[in-house]
Design a protein around this ligand. Sequence first.
Ligand code: HEC
Length: 128
Amino acid sequence: MQSSIRAQGSSSIWDGIYTEAQAVRGEEEYAARCASCHSVDLRGNSNSPSLLGLSFMFIWEGRTLGELFGKVSTEMPTDQPGSLSLQSYAAILAFILKKNEFPAGSSELSTNDAVLNQILITSEGAAN
Ligand code: HEC
């Protein structure tokens, strides 16, 4: 399973696929639209999952940012799914990536599915 998924991704979340400025914008949107359930520190609460670290990677490892973006942009916030702009969802995703200590780079995270589907979520890459 992993190998076929891996082959799709031509880049990974270690390649600097969002910008610092985008994550800063995302932090504000996150605070306004997501923190009520996932908490300000992204650790979640008794009803909503943590968006950080191992518990997050356990679910998303080996999948693509396209899948994560698709889930967030169509299902979150659960009380008003799809209510933000795609730019806002991308900025929030940039913020979540930053909090998970994936590196920022020089180009903004795209809202384009075809691009996002190429970006692999993996914990391998820190050492390279
Ligand atoms: C009203 C509460 C609520 C709000 C607001 C909310 N979420 Fe969620 N979120 C949930 C619940 C409950 C789940 C778990 C069920 C599911 O995966 O659909 C979840 C799941 C997720 C997941 C999947 C986590 C995993 O481990 O699979 C992500 C990513 C996520 N939310 C991001 C966001 C973002 C980004 C926002 C803001 C735009 C947001 N959520 C707003 C309740 C909320």
